[in-house]
Design a protein around this ligand. Structure first.
Ligand SMILES: [Zn+2]
Length: 72
């Protein structure tokens, strides 16, 4: 996969968030040891949003699963 080009200069102690497409201070990023720079690719706010979306989907899934059990 080609590396995505960051469209703006990133100042020191900052990082480009690939999710919200903005430069954020490095404190806004969580740690991810599996990444080369040891930081998460998106900022905490985006990671948070994703967690919430995943949680919402999970809730939806279990509701559907629940329904199919009760109406089987
Ligand atoms: Zn972000």
């Amino acid at each position: 996969m080609p590396r995505k080009k960051i469209p703006v200069p990133v100042p020191p102690a900052s990082k480009w968030c690939h999710q919200c497409q903005q430069v954020r201070p490095i404190q806004m990023f969580g740690q991810d040891r599996s990444k080369k720079d040891g930081m998460h690719y998106c900022c905490l706010r985006c990671a948070d949003d994703k967690d919430r979306q995943r949680a919402a989907r999970g809730a939806e899934f279990s509701r559907l699963a629940c329904r199919s059990v009760f109406h089987a």
